[in-house]
Ligand binder design. Structure first.
Ligand SMILES: [Zn+2]
Length: 174
């Protein structure tokens, strides 16, 4: 789908295009500062830094699916870290020379919002040797829904209900 007659005179065409005012209205000031002004949240403050929930991480600005929890790894760097995007076409890369460093900025390919940076060759031992260092505030985690239950599973579940509850509490404590 091509955007026709876009009025902003910019050459990048995203599926989702909004004016600055519209973004300011939709996003909180903190979200706006990171997503639209390429800010960085303070390390170890984001809600997903240590999240291990199974699910899909969506762009907080446009809801595009960007990362999966199964590529998230513990980098101990203070931000959620992934070794690959959900698909290469979900993100775009822009050379960033701010702060006197040569870094590669990662943006949402659907709306152009800033997500974070990607680093390479740090020796984390992940399949790609890349670290997508992404701000929690740029993402919304959508936990994976349970698979549709078969009858067999349902019976099993009813029987083990009480036990499940104990196990859930167990997990919470860890
Ligand atoms: Zn987006």
């Amino acid at each position: 789908m091509l955007r026709r007659g876009g009025g902003y005179g910019c050459t990048m065409s995203y599926q989702v295009t909004k004016s600055d005012e519209e973004w300011r209205e939709q996003l909180t000031p903190q979200e706006y500062a990171v997503l639209r002004q390429a800010g960085t949240e303070r390390p170890f403050t984001g809600e997903y830094t240590d999240a291990k929930t199974t699910g899909v991480y969506r762009c907080r600005a446009c809801q595009a699916e960007l990362f999966r929890s199964d590529t998230k790894f513990e980098s101990h760097c203070g931000w959620p870290s992934f070794y690959a995007p959900l698909a290469e076409d979900r993100v775009e890369y822009i050379e960033d020379t701010s702060m006197g460093m040569k870094r590669v900025e990662v943006r949402c390919a659907n709306c152009g919002s800033h997500l974070g940076h990607v680093f390479e060759g740090e020796g984390y031992g992940t399949p790609t040797d890349q670290r997508y260092c992404i701000n929690s505030i740029s993402l919304t985690l959508e936990p994976q829904a349970d698979e549709p239950d078969t009858d067999e599973k349902m019976r099993h579940r009813v029987r083990d209900d009480a036990q499940d509850e104990v196990q859930t509490q167990e997990k919470m404590r860890h």
